[in-house]
Ligand binder design. Sequence first.
Ligand SMILES: [Mn+2]
Length: 365
Amino acid sequence: MRYPIPQHRASEIQAVLHALDGAERVVLTTHLNADGDGTGCQAALVSLLRDRGCEVRIINPTPFPDLFRFLLPDPDPVLEATDPDAAAWCEAADLCIVVDTGEVGRIGRVKPMVDSLPKVVIDHHPEGDSPIEGVYLRDISAAAAGELVLDLVRTVDGPWSRSVIEGLYVALLTDTGSFRFSNTTAGAHRAAAELVERGANPDELHRQVYGSVPLRRYQLLERTLPTLRQSDDGRVAWMTVSLADFQELGCDASDLEGLTDYPRGLAGVEVAILFRELERGVKLSFRSNGRVDVNALAREFDGGGHVRAAGALVQGSLDEVRSRVMERVAEGVARELAGESGGPVAGGEVEGERDAAGSGAGRER
Ligand SMILES: [Mn+2]
């Protein structure tokens, strides 16, 4: 093996392999609004499980994203949860593998379909309030769930198929924000290096994932950038996406990707906020540059997430919500920086933000 698997992971991997033993029909699922990590892991796991003689279906709570379809092996393993056959397929299955979340609420409408199945959970988020019961491969120090799936595949030495190599590379690529977020560890680079050595093409995969921007995304930026503001003390910056612009341009949630980089990138900013006007209420996306725990800020509005990325859904008109939020955020930031014990807040990633409604509608990555 090119580099060792950490001991705590290795023992959990053995438990997962034990759970896979004898499984013949396996359902794979991930969180609402699947991202590159969830879908990349699924592509790899389909390949691994088929190699072991299993029949596999991917059944996700929201539609499988077109952007990541190229990762899947043939024949197409996706069965949409809205498909009338999905529940019946699950009923005859003998195992469910959940990737990139361990929270009951995050698998939405898939939950009742897989309730009675034994479960394996492969995740890199901290345990939440309502954990899924099952055999866990969890390590919050993993940059992506894909890093854990890679260790699983390394343990059994393959298959080193295109879906494994590209799926797991894309999982790492997307969850680390192209290897620049704070979760870009040596371990993430080692995992990526192994995948490149096995044939992943960084240039081509980056282009497939990030080089297909629709024009409307730049048009939305053109309309949104003029709303960029910075507080007098410079610590907070924010932008606003109006419902009218969003609808006129025919945008979807994926078009908001990267917008918070603009307020977050301003000199002196500790906290960036994106206000997104909805038909009912306002979606807040918080990002921290590392000194302020935005999970704590989001919790003040019944939201949550990670220390460096969090979200909330607030009822009220845009103007009213914005002034209320700015007031509380100014207080929160002042309090956090005053009480700072030195050093940046630990862990957390630009991933896993959730809103108070629990609908998962606000998830961006
Ligand atoms: Mn992830």
